[in-house]
Design a protein around this ligand. Structure first.
Ligand SMILES: *Cc1c(COP(=O)(O)O)cnc(C)c1O
Length: 396
């Protein structure tokens, strides 16, 4: 491991890398003169729950942590099937890997085209490229953050084989319409639900709409195992292909029994945590957004959607304005960062660009997002969060 920078000390032992009980570091720059130097403190994530400690202790004591094929892993598969109302669930090493596995299990490769949103997790674009297929960029629907099914007819060709649709920043993609388009055309739908664990759309969970759906248990995600993910599938045929791809005979992209152990107690409390996050989001919407006049909120959740907020998104007036907002947030201790970039600058050699990508470009230039840790605060601290956000707004 290479250690860069002056501040980091070289660890003398493995235990130095694990400062147990350490506080989350605050912002590293000094507050402006005349300001109280009280940075906003977010709840910790991943959470420090006794249930998680107990689950890990059980996995250690039972010796399961040393098994390739553990009961905890199988319990996780079963819980995922129940929770996401998907016939098949397969944990794996990351959400990014899950997308690539889904494409490969769909036998997508050279000469094929896949419709992807120009504003999306960039790893989805890369996964399409890595299969040898060609990503074809589609704009996001106006007023939403997901791929626009209204552009599919203009973007598709005889080579189109699949659509990747992501639910981003608390918003659902237009998944019922996207599902219909895929059914009408015989395309595979890969639903990226990495940010949307527990979101309900039209009475069904995000993740139950695609032929495949991807979940992430990455460090900052709504259910965290440090790293990890899962693939859900609704078709027995695809699931059989998944087995052939992954079982070699060791699992080629495994999730460990210790990770399964930390995930299970978080799944049990996911809806409770999601409710706390969406309550804070609706407080901000109703009580605070009108004071943040230069920030445009990405909007209330769509009708028929019970949201799950991994991030809460606004757009700034310009890229420079966004840079000032991110800097002011850092001083204030508020976890705000820029959102995804737009893929529209990728060359025509790498991707198809048959339609205008105006909305995606605007989002890529101006979107900024508040991390869900801030949404997990106790209701009694909401005014404190609101005050900090007003200061960030006024200082930028
Ligand atoms: C985090 C994320 C992923 C990737 O998940 P990893 O587990 O980090 O690989 C994919 N898509 C979206 C929308 C994400 O937010």
């Amino acid at each position: 491991m290479i250690w860069k920078g002056k501040k980091r000390h070289k660890p003398s032992s493995f235990l130095d890398l694990l400062p147990l009980g350490a506080r989350v570091p605050g912002p590293d720059s000094d507050p402006p003169q005349g300001r109280p130097s009280m940075p906003f403190e977010c709840p910790e994530w991943p959470p420090r729950w006794t249930e998680i400690n107990a689950a890990v202790a059980r996995a250690l004591e039972s010796g399961q942590w040393g098994q390739y094929d553990s009961p905890t892993y199988h319990l996780l598969c079963q819980r995922l099937v129940e929770f996401f109302q998907a016939p098949h669930a397969r944990p794996c090493c990351s959400g990014t890997a899950a997308t690539e596995i889904a494409l490969r299990a769909s036998q997508i490769g050279p000469d094929d085209e896949v419709l992807v949103a120009a504003f999306d997790y960039p790893g989805n674009f890369r996964s399409v490229e890595l299969t040898g297929a060609r990503p074809v960029l589609v704009d996001v629907a106006k007023g939403r953050l997901g791929i626009d099914p209204g552009q599919f007819a203009a973007a598709a060709t005889a080579r189109t084989r699949a659509v990747i649709a992501s639910h981003l920043y608390g918003h659902a993609a237009a998944i019922t319409r996207i599902r219909e388009c895929c059914d009408e055309n015989g395309w595979v739908l890969i639903e990226d639900a990495c940010q949307a664990l527990g979101m309900q759309i039209d009475g069904r969970p995000a993740g139950s709409w695609g032929d495949f759906a991807t979940l992430s248990f990455g460090g900052s995600k709504l259910v965290s195992a440090g790293t990890g993910g899962a693939l859900l599938s609704s078709s027995a045929r695809f699931t059989a292909r998944l087995g052939a791809l992954l079982n070699r005979p060791s699992d080629a992209f495994p999730l460990s029994p210790l990770q399964a152990a930390v995930i299970l107690p978080q799944l049990d409390r996911l809806m409770e945590m999601n409710l706390r996050r969406s309550d804070t989001a609706s407080f901000l919407h109703h009580e605070v957004c009108s004071d943040l006049s230069r920030w445009k909120w990405s909007g209330a959740p769509e009708d028929d959607v019970t949201p799950a907020y991994y991030k809460l998104a606004w757009t700034a007036e310009s890229t420079e304005h966004r840079g000032r907002i991110v800097a002011a947030s850092k001083r204030e201790g508020i976890p705000i960062g820029p959102g995804f970039r737009c893929m529209s600058r990728c060359s025509e050699r790498r991707c198809g660009k048959p339609v205008s990508l105006d909305h995606a470009e605007h989002l890529g230039e101006t979107i900024f997002v508040l991390d869900h840790r801030a949404l997990l605060i106790e209701p009694s601290r909401r005014d404190e969060l609101a005050e900090s956000l007003r200061r960030v707004h006024d200082d930028s």
